[in-house]
Write a new protein. Structure first.
Length: 244
């Protein structure tokens, strides 16, 4: 199962073909246009789709293959508009928290503050269900000192307490705030790269993570200021063990 997180910087209908080589089963696409605007552009790659937003040009889209139907979780709280729990069913069912953190009228609740508060609201989901947290968090431990409700390290700790870890950090053995590969380039400047896009998976899945790849600046600069993060998870009955 290939899981993709990408902030496409709008006009996804013109860019969806860039994901074809990844054979994605699940894709969380930030700054995605509405499904009405996407009509006819994504159906050959994805059988199921959900979208939330108040601007048809720029919302949060979640897409999946035919074997992974999607439904919005009944616990979804619209106060956290851009953090959407989604039930993914199939041979292996789980709850996906699709994330695109944004600013807020109360600055302390902006970005990682929104996710921190949402995780408090969704404690029962995190405790009782198999969960993934995937998307553009607009967050990194290097900004922990900013005046927010919670910070990146606090979010990572909450997720750890519920048995989740970042696939990138596990696979490459890097610490939060010390990432060697950016996922976002501020104003498309190569020298202003930051790691802010993530896929948090159950720790019990980590031995199934066959690869984690991050797109290169050179290949993706034409398409977005973000590059995709792609996590390849093997089947549960055929474990892949990474060489230690």
């Amino acid at each position: 199962m290939n899981i993709v997180a990408w902030n496409c910087r709008q006009a996804f209908r013109k860019k969806v073909g860039k994901l074809v080589p990844f054979c994605p089963k699940i894709a969380v696409i930030s700054e995605c246009e509405s499904l009405e605007k996407l009509a006819g552009s994504h159906e050959s790659l994805f059988a199921h789709s959900l979208w939330v937003g108040d601007n048809p040009h720029k919302g949060l889209g979640v897409f999946s293959s035919s074997e992974h139907p999607l439904t919005v979780h009944p616990a979804y709280d619209n106060r956290f508009h851009w953090i959407v729990p989604i039930r993914v069913t199939g041979t292996e069912s789980f709850t996906l928290l699709a994330v695109w953190t944004k600013d807020h009228k109360d600055r302390k609740q902006s970005y990682v503050g929104q996710l921190f508060l949402a995780l408090q609201e969704y404690q029962s989901i995190l405790k009782e269900e198999t969960c993934l947290v995937v998307g553009d968090l607009n967050s990194n431990a290097i900004w922990d000192s900013l005046p927010r409700v919670g910070n990146h390290t606090a979010v990572v700790k909450i997720l750890q307490e519920h048995g989740l870890a970042s696939a990138y950090h596990w696979f490459f053995r890097e610490e939060h705030g010390m990432e060697s590969v950016p996922t976002y380039y501020f104003h498309h400047h190569r020298e202003k790269g930051y790691h802010i896009d993530y896929g948090f998976l159950p720790v019990g899945w980590m031995e199934r993570v066959e690869s984690v790849s991050v797109g290169t600046y050179e290949e993706w600069r034409e398409w977005s200021d973000h590059v995709p993060v792609v996590i390849k998870v093997g089947r549960g009955d055929h474990l892949y063990f990474r060489t230690l």
